[in-house]
Ligand binder design. Structure first.
Ligand SMILES: [Zn+2]
Ligand SMILES: [Zn+2]
Length: 220
């Protein structure tokens, strides 16, 4: 587990990241990684001398199995409040997934599906959520209910999920995994209009300074 900025930790689960944030009101997880890998969260919590019962909230960026894979187990063991957008909640709660891209249908034949879990707080609008310090920004495109979260810390930390991907530069998420590319581009422009210093992603390396500028360069 790697500390990106003060109290914001990145857990790598194969090709996807999840994030763990230490706050005054408990530990907050942003996404939960792949199915069958939730032991990594126990290890991560142990590294910072916390336990699963200290997790008070789980914020989900979207319903894809590599982001909600550990959800059911982590919710059960922690009793944390699960937060997600209304439009992605049915898929998280076990409804058949909406329109999939051909690549997603192909992958779905091999990938273990995530265990369904209830969403406790459904987001319908941008703004403050029940977890202090975090703001929700609806960023549809990759999925209809994709949400990015902005944390008021270190000049602003954006949890971009799969609204974009990290690396040497900030990139668009792969088109073959994205439901609506035009909408996704529009969401990138919304993010580019915000102020934040740091960004972490579901896939790819975090940016720890001048992050909003990189979104502005991408969004054009
Ligand atoms: Zn995704
Ligand atoms: Zn992903």
């Amino acid at each position: 587990m790697r500390e990106i900025v003060d109290g914001v930790f990145e857990i790598s689960l194969g090709y996807v990241h999840a994030h763990l944030v230490v706050t005054d009101s408990g530990v907050v997880l942003v996404d939960t990684g792949l199915p069958g890998r939730s032991a990594e969260f126990g290890k991560g919590l142990q590294e910072i001398r916390r336990k699963i019962g200290d997790v008070t909230a789980i914020l989900l960026t979207h319903w894809h199995p590599d982001h909600v894979g550990g959800l059911a187990e982590l919710r059960r063991r922690s009793g944390a409040t699960v937060v997600a957008h209304r439009l992605d909640a049915p898929s998280i709660e076990g409804a058949p997934p909406p329109a999939l891209t051909p690549l997603q249908r192909f992958i779905g034949r091999f990938m273990k599906p995530a265990e369904a879990a209830p969403v406790d707080e459904m987001l319908t609008a941008d703004g403050a959520i029940s977890v202090p310090g975090f703001t929700a920004v609806h960023t549809p495109g990759h999925t209809a209910g994709h949400v990015s979260y902005l944390l008021d810390r270190a000049g602003g930390v954006l949890f971009a999920g799969d609204a974009a991907a990290g690396g040497r530069t900030v990139r668009r998420s792969p088109g073959m995994m994205t439901q609506d590319r035009a909408e996704s581009d529009q969401s990138l422009r919304r993010l580019a209009a915000l102020d934040f210093e740091v960004v972490v992603f579901g896939h790819g390396k975090a940016v720890v300074e001048g992050a909003a500028d990189k979104f502005r360069a991408l969004a054009g």
